[in-house]
Design a protein around this ligand. Structure first.
Ligand code: G3P
Length: 215
């Protein structure tokens, strides 16, 4: 399973990239709004550090607007992936861009047939939002399982990018369900790398060694 970081914060992206296991970045309008920097500038900065897919989301909600925003965004760097909402206009934009060889990430996916439609339109990535489904008492992980089954049934190459991941359990379940990618905030990356038994075990190893050999 590939690992993307879900942020527009450059320091977090640098920290995650330094771990050597980062495969890409996802951003969205809410994440860039927190940074208070021009979106294009920040995307160019991100693409200097990360050579894997970097998702750049349009804010237009109509087809023509999406297409005009996509053009300058994709010129920022070769690894930019155009992120579009799964709506009627978003699906049309996905098809047009995919036919031209532009990679797309179809976002705000909350039910399996949305994933089927974007795969038919040639999407590179689909982003099911697990946490937000759990927030409304639905089963986010069930969506991942259903999309995996549908894509496998028909051999769709669209990658499942599990999004809205709130904790390591979500990430484990995504790996077990066969999601192709998990995009997670820095807080979850840190949680994944921390376990109380690792900390206490390490402390004891170091203490035992010092007792025996000094230092
Ligand atoms: O990038 C979209 C997604 O990961 C949002 O997560 O926590 O705001 O639902 P969240």
């Amino acid at each position: 399973m590939d690992l993307y970081i879900d942020t527009a914060n450059l320091d977090e992206i640098k920290q995650a990239a330094a771990l050597g296991v980062l495969d890409g970045v996802t951003t969205n309008p809410s994440l860039i709004a927190k940074e208070k920097v021009p979106y294009a500038k920040r995307l160019a900065e991100i693409c200097e550090f990360v050579k894997g897919p970097v998702s750049a989301e349009v804010v237009a909600t109509d087809y023509d607007g999406m297409m005009s925003e996509a053009e300058p965004l994709r010129k920022i760097a070769e690894n930019i992936v155009i992120k579009l909402p799964i709506t009627v206009d978003g699906l049309r934009a996905c098809k047009t861009l995919s036919d031209k060889g532009v990679k797309t990430n179809m976002t705000l996916c909350f039910q399996p047939l949305q994933a089927l439609m974007v795969a038919k339109a040639g999407a590179f990535l689909v982003s099911p939002f697990i946490g937000r489904l759990d927030d409304v008492s639905e089963d986010g992980m069930d969506l991942i399982h259903k999309i995996r089954q549908i894509y496998d049934n028909y051999g769709f190459p669209t990658k499942i990018l599990a999004a809205s991941i709130r904790h390591p359990k979500h990430m484990v379940d995504c790996a077990l369900a066969g999601a192709d990618v998990s995009t997670v905030p820095m807080s979850v990356i840190k949680q994944v790398l921390s376990h109380p038994l690792t900390d206490s075990g390490l402390k004891k190893f170091v203490e035992d060694y010092k007792k025996a050999f000094g230092g």
